[in-house]
Design a binder for this molecule. Sequence first.
Ligand code: PGA
Length: 256
Amino acid sequence: MRRKMIAGNWKMNKITAEAIELANGLKRELYKIDDVDIVVCPPFTALEEVSEATYESNIKLGAQNMHWEESGAFTGEIAPMMLKDLGCEFVILGHSERRLYFHETNDTVNKKTKAALKAGLTPIVCVGETLQEREAGKTFEVIQDHVYNSLKDLTEEELAKIIIAYEPVWAIGTGKTASPEQAQEVHKFIRDLLKKKYSEVLAEEIVILYGGSVKPGNTKELVNQIDIDGALVGGASLDVKNFSEIVNAASTCGTK
Ligand code: PGA
């Protein structure tokens, strides 16, 4: 059985006082939820404060990126252990904004995924096609490339520890959500890929989130799809009411 998860990607938003306020609001609204893993991913600058605010609550902490090296002369970068040190359990890797604006490739995402696992962090590895790729009929080709190459050379045991987020680039921050059927089709494709390359057990165990304009009003129909285990939420995760409603909506969906 797979646990449901709702993760909030705060992106480059919230100074520390705002981040604490949001974390405290979520704690207040969501303390009763025990059937959904709730994760918040604030910017690096607010990790420590949000870690303190969510300590011993049902809200877990994640970061939005990291470097793959353990330490050294990498000005401006953050190492996996620095995230662990602040109480992070998760890290988003290979988000399309990082692939697009910061030249991340499957290769760097792969290095980061291995480094995160080594440090005991759970990577949330993002995959997804652009509008151009979808319209050219290349969706499955791109997804296969992202999944196989971002996760290259991981053992089945390691793969069982990661989370995949399917985020069609055309649906991120655009207000255009993939329909439940469109999302389900790709989620099933990812599970089938894992079944083919690894095993049925792994394909059944791995948590796959959907991301791209998830809102309170569309959460239920997405998370009710057989292969969708939750959501990675951007814009709507910046507001206590919206994010709480999304978590509550996921909580009413059955487990798979
Ligand atoms: P969005 O972002 O919910 O604002 O579309 C999703 C994401 O980038 O993870």
